[in-house]
Design a protein around this ligand. Structure first.
Ligand code: SAM
Length: 350
């Protein structure tokens, strides 16, 4: 459809009412011509709430051991060619010290679901970080756990949790995951995290195998129910040692439209311009910022393990020291017309 007046009307409705019918959403999700208009409106909304500020999250990829076997993920347990590593507590603390000196006030401890990191070990790591850095947000992204475990980690000092729901459609979930994983449990985790008091981030891959427009709309509807503080989306990118090796990667412009739609539907949300977006296009993160994103997540992991946290092919930023990564992103953010702030970067709810 080349109907620009109709697209403009739909985007204005979305901006003003923060909602559209499923039919209206489908039109702007599918229409290439909506990309630029959506970005312009999304940028206005982000500037009204967050100005030109871009928040930094320091990503510490603490382990690539994983007990799960998600069909899309390069660190799935079935990838027996993966060289596995886990950081020691001292290495994690060193990443935090370096990050703090570079102006990071949020650390994101991410990893596969690694049984070595028991609640006891994780709580010790979290409380040691908390003792050393009282003014930072400690974000965990360690997958599905029991409510009790989430509560213990919260009590130890963690205050944010990232857990993408991946897809809100039952059938699609089954196409992306083996039978031992369920959408029901994923959702249970997210609502438990919220009830405990975490600031919660969810999200999904764009262009994952078998994904339809109806699936994307279901993702938006689920997010409306969850009302998360952060929403992380990025393109699916194949990895050669997974069952999805031959699948097509997510399309850049579709990701950008989804970023803008999220900004318009959830004006206050924290929305990263993800590494995956930077991987499929050299200016992907800048485009993400211009489409409504307001967070970047540079890597603070030791360079020696960066290549091993190999979720998908050609992942960027695997060779540079943290300071270089920070410097490179600062330049990119400035060139895109925004500026990085040293701030804990809490959500600004109205
Ligand atoms: N284990 C934790 C979890 O399940 O939330 C955190 C680590 S997991 C590897 C982090 C995210 O990487 C997933 O939520 C998924 O969306 C993303 N991811 C994994 N494989 C990917 C791929 N091939 N392309 C793009 N993103 C991918």
């Amino acid at each position: 459809m080349d109907n620009l007046p109709e697209i403009t009307r739909l985007i204005e409705t979305l901006r003003d009412s923060k909602n559209l019918t499923d039919e209206g959403l489908a039109v702007i999700i599918e229409n290439e011509n909506a990309t630029e208009l959506l970005a312009q409106e999304a940028d206005k909304v982000r500037r009204k709430i967050y100005g030109d500020a871009v928040y930094l999250r320091g990503l510490i990829e603490m382990t690539n051991y994983c007990k799960n076997n998600c069909y899309y993920c390069g660190i799935r347990r079935g990838n027996t060619d993966a060289v596995r590593y886990r950081l020691t507590e001292e290495e994690i603390m060193a990443c935090c010290r370096e990050g703090y000196a570079l102006g990071f006030r949020t650390f994101v401890l991410q990893g596969g679901e690694d049984l070595y990191f028991t609640d006891e070990r994780m709580c010790k790591i979290v409380s040691d970080i908390r003792k050393n850095f009282s003014d930072v947000a400690i974000t965990l992204s360690l997958g599905e756990k029991s409510r009790e475990s989430y509560q213990k980690l919260f009590d130890a000092g963690a205050n944010r949790y990232l857990l993408r729901h991946e897809t809100a459609s039952e059938e699609h979930y089954k196409q992306l995951h083996p039978a031992e994983l369920s959408l029901e449990n994923r959702k249970r985790c997210l609502f438990d995290l919220k009830e405990i008091g975490y600031q919660v981030g969810s999200g999904f891959m764009v262009g994952s195998p078998f994904q339809t427009t109806a699936n994307l709309i279901a993702d938006l509807r689920f997010l409306q129910k969850l009302d998360p503080d952060m929403i992380g989306i990025g393109p699916f990118i194949p990895h050669e040692k997974t069952p999805f090796a031959d699948k097509k990667q997510g399309e850049l412009t579709l990701v950008l439209r989804m970023v803008s739609i999220l900004r318009l539907m959830f004006p206050h949300t924290l929305l990263p311009a993800t590494t995956a977006l930077g991987t499929i296009h050299p200016q992907g993160r800048e485009m993400g910022l211009k489409a409504g994103a307001n967070v970047v997540m540079p890597n603070l992991s030791p360079v020696s393990v960066r290549k091993l946290y190999d979720l998908y092919e050609n992942k960027i930023c695997t060779g540079e020291e943290s300071a270089q990564c920070r410097g490179c992103l600062e330049m990119r953010v400035t060139n895109a017309g925004y500026h990085i702030v040293t701030d804990i970067g809490n959500v600004k709810r109205s």
